[in-house]
Design a protein around this ligand. Structure first.
Ligand code: PMP
Length: 411
């Protein structure tokens, strides 16, 4: 609410919000333009999802989750955001406890606050010197100590935003074991970055491990995979008994999601399995494409003294700002923009180091980043203030320009 408008108002390069700033691949564009024509897809879609897309999802995720999925196991949503929202609305009630691994995508907090859930944040455990997102670990002792009969859900995000942590199969197995005594606790697994994994690692879907499927709602999105964040097409996959509730809510909430874009995503999913640009399929090309951007931003930030942490996955890089000194930003303009409603300033963040640095980099250097305390329930969290987040889902030219603008900072 503050930094995206701020990027526009100051004409800064936006390495803040995670949206690719290029046109989607041609096969995706073609799928959309063809689906928008004529009368075939111009009427309401089936409430739980347009069948062509649902069938594609069943086909693809039967492999990912190692299950035979049928349409009863699928719901198409307005982006992953609505999938997460519905999962929470359907199962979490006032006072229920929900475990969130911090730092966490901020939408979880909002959706949980709307149902008046009791949010139980559990920070990732970090090694003394963090060089890679591998140095961030799930804190098993803390998870075990917080799980109880009132725990209604645990939200897991892998590959994770903002740290780029990718949870291994062994870790998922451990989670499954810890949850065994709590049959009423569901798992909401946000896997929107499923295809963004580097260095030949594999993404393991939580629901593909042990008995987790029976309690798991797996949430996905076309936005990241096909560089179409504005399309807002997502889907949830899970066992029939859980999905029925989501499908019921969807019917009374938006009834159905736009048909042409559902058809377009169905076609894109089918095409993505074909060879693409000398790669075996689109996903292999996609990983290679992002791998280059990751190196470009990582190397650049390293040279500039921003202490970047190498992400295993996702499209964000954290920078450790502990040792970085800077002047407090001059807030006049931002306060003025808040007054005129052009952005929304949270006055509780004025003194936070990471917010101050993010504002300073924007106002003085023309580069927008995101402060890490915004990914925490308690923004005063001292540890959280040690980081800012840079996004590399940007054209090389934007990344290079941003690095150029930041030259001279921290010297
Ligand atoms: N989950 C995570 C972890 C995300 O980073 C995002 C987008 N930033 C979403 C969900 C939302 O996805 P969508 O745009 O499909 O609603």
């Amino acid at each position: 609410l503050e930094f995206t408008p701020l990027a526009k108002l100051t004409g800064s390069i936006n390495l803040g919000q995670g949206f690719p700033n290029w046109a989607p691949p041609e096969f995706v564009q073609k799928a959309a333009s063809e689906s928008a024509l004529g009368k075939d897809y111009s009427t309401y879609a089936r409430s739980a999802g347009h069948m062509n897309l649902v069938n594609e999802i069943c086909y693809q995720y039967s492999q990912t989750l190692k299950r035979d999925l049928t349409p009863e196991n699928v719901l198409v949503t307005v982006g992953a955001t609505q999938g997460l929202y519905l999962s929470i609305q359907a199962f979490v009630e006032e006072g229920d406890e929900v475990i969130v691994i911090e730092p966490a995508f901020d939408i979880y907090y909002g959706a949980l606050e709307m149902v008046k859930a009791k949010i139980i944040p559990i920070p990732l455990k970090s090694a003394a010197h963090i060089q890679s997102s591998k140095d961030l670990q799930l804190d098993w002792e803390a998870i075990k100590s917080k799980l109880n009969k009132k725990t209604k859900a645990i939200i897991i995000n892998t590959p994770q935003n903002p740290c780029g942590k990718c949870i291994s199969k062994a870790e998922i197995q451990q989670l499954a074991t810890l949850l065994e005594p709590y049959p009423d606790c569901i798992v909401i697994s946000d896997e929107v970055y499923e295809h963004l994994i580097f260095e030949h690692q594999e993404h393991t879907a939580l629901a593909s491990v042990g008995s987790l499927y029976d309690r798991c709602l797996s949430v996905y999105s076309a936005g990241k995979t096909f560089s179409v964040t504005g399309w807002k097409i997502g889907w949830v996959v899970g066992p029939k008994i859980l999905m029925q509730k989501l499908q019921y809510l969807q019917q009374w909430m938006v009834f159905s999601v736009g048909t042409p874009l559902q058809e377009a995503v169905a076609r894109a999913l089918k095409s993505a399995r074909q060879a693409f640009e000398k790669f075996d399929d689109y996903y292999a090309w996609f990983r290679d494409f992002y791998s280059h951007k990751r190196s470009l931003l990582f190397q650049g930030l390293k040279e500039l003294g921003f202490n970047p942490i190498l992400p295993q996955s996702g499209f964000f890089i954290l920078s450790d700002i502990k040792g970085i000194e800077f002047e407090a930003p001059v807030m006049d303009k931002i306060i003025q923009w808040d007054k005129t409603g052009e952005l929304s300033l949270d006055y509780n963040t004025l003194e936070l180091k990471d917010y101050q640095l993010a504002r300073y980099l924007c106002l003085e250097y023309g580069v927008v980043t995101i402060p890490m305390s915004s990914f925490h329930l308690n923004k005063n969290n001292k540890q959280a203030q040690q980081w800012i987040r840079f996004a590399f889902c940007k054209e090389d030219q934007s990344i290079e320009e941003a690095l150029n603008k930041l030259k001279g900072f921290n010297k």
